[in-house]
Ligand binder design. Structure first.
Ligand code: C5P
Length: 223
């Protein structure tokens, strides 16, 4: 049997962006690299957990010792997460698109002289909130991320309440920080009981520290 802080636990991690189709060849995306989510999946596996990583399209290899499920859209990501349940811990690091194209074309939309395509947007499911609010099958510990460009901690506290998760890792992603796609992260760990600000760390170090924290919380919950 595996040993380590998270031995015997199942951890679900979401990572990367989602791609929301406009038509079969075009999509809406965002600048998430998946580096932080993938590092968390790896750290959880190294701590002895069984890990299911649900990844949007990224340029990263599947982490060793982790079951990786590849998805494209937010709705596919939600379905994959639901399929991976039950789990002890959920870490939702994916940058899920807030909107998708409601009237996505089944065929490539053709360019017409003088006429612009009319794309209408509709809201995607909030995966973190959906899973955090499950009455059956909710992982004991749900971790979300909040990427903010201002009032980082205040927004994270609001997000904690709104989504119903237990812990938010809030990071400042204003362009000057270079966090999006970069190697390091300055995060604040926000819970109902307070805020802990971590020094600027590599994404691997953030992952290790998060897993240590989560392992201690889960350990305390043991009978
Ligand atoms: O609302 P916002 O996108 O800032 O929330 C960020 C957190 O919520 C992240 O943990 C992200 O993975 C999760 N999220 C989600 N599904 C969405 C939007 C965000 O799981 N549709």
């Amino acid at each position: 049997a595996p040993s380590g802080l998270l031995a015997g636990k199942h951890v679900i991690v979401t990572s990367g962006p989602t791609h929301e189709p406009i038509d079969p060849v075009r999509y809406i995306a965002n600048r998430s690299s998946g580096k932080q989510g993938h590092a968390i999946a790896k750290a959880a596996a190294e701590a002895g957990a069984r890990v299911t990583l649900i990844s949007g399209p990224v340029d990263l290899p599947d982490p060793k010792g982790v079951t990786t499920v590849h998805v494209e859209s937010a709705r596919e990501m939600l379905t994959a997460v639901e399929k991976a349940l039950p789990a002890d811990i959920g870490v939702f690091a994916a940058a899920v698109a807030d909107w998708r194209v409601a009237n996505a074309g089944e065929q490539k939309i053709k360019k017409k002289d003088g006429a612009l395509p009319n794309l209408s947007l509709t809201e995607n499911p909030d995966i973190l909130a959906t899973i955090s609010r499950l009455t059956q099958n909710r992982p004991a510990l749900m971790v979300g991320f909040a990427a903010e460009t201002e009032n980082v901690i205040e927004h994270a506290k609001q997000k904690l309440a709104k989504k119903g998760c237990d812990l938010i890792l809030a990071n400042d992603v204003s362009p000057a920080t270079g966090v999006m796609g970069g190697e390091s992260n300055t995060v604040h760990l926000v819970t109902k009981s307070g805020v802990e600000t971590w020094p600027t760390l590599s994404k691997t170090e953030v992952a290790g520290r998060l897993i240590a924290h989560v392992g201690a919380l889960i350990g305390d919950a043991k009978p």
